[in-house]
Design a binder for this molecule. Structure first.
Ligand SMILES: [Cu+2]
Length: 175
């Protein structure tokens, strides 16, 4: 339901914004309005977007890919408990493996993954979850998932990263 609401909102705002730009451009082209008005319209849209809290996805932090292994917390890639039922996984993606490649958490856990690349662009996707992020060298990718059902969740790299790409996978074991 919430998704539907957001979708309707985006379509409505997008449609109205498009109409507004089109009308203003028309006015400019037909000489009824000047460039000043066009700029004012774009500024108004910008302010609206800002007010609505729209923002592009941003990395959770920056990190030098050359020194990932020396930079905490990536000097110790691991799973650690941060609160009852909550875990943090510090994960390195490199050609062609994830470290660690086996992660164990109890069922019902909320797990925050922090992923950094030690070389090229990788991807991080966990089957049967909403986890699907790019792992861009220089940026820390952060994504959280809740694991309700026990079982094995395979994760893999979904950005072609060279010769051994197909063997770049691991699993979350929910007990
Ligand atoms: Cu890959």
């Amino acid at each position: 339901m919430r998704f539907l609401g957001v979708l309707v909102g985006v379509l409505l705002v997008g449609g109205l914004t498009g109409l507004y730009i089109w009308m203003t451009l028309n006015d400019v082209l037909e000489g009824r309005a000047g460039v000043k008005q066009l700029l004012a319209a774009l500024a108004a849209i910008g302010a609206g977007v800002f007010a609505a809290g729209v923002h592009l996805p941003s990395p959770a932090g920056r990190i030098d890919p050359k020194t990932v292994r020396q930079t905490p917390p990536f000097d110790r890639p691991r799973v650690r408990g941060v609160a009852p039922g909550e875990y943090e996984v510090v994960l390195i993606a490199r050609a062609w493996a994830f470290e660690p490649n086996e992660i164990r958490v109890p069922r019902g856990s909320i797990v925050r993954f922090r992923v950094a690349s030690a070389d090229v662009i990788h991807g991080f996707l966990i089957e049967n979850t909403n986890v699907n992020v790019m792992v861009i060298p220089g940026q820390i990718a952060e994504v959280t998932a809740r694991f309700e059902r026990p079982g094995e969740y395979v994760f893999l790299c979904h950005e072609y990263c060279g010769f051994g790409h197909h063997q770049m996978f691991g699993k979350v074991i929910v007990e």
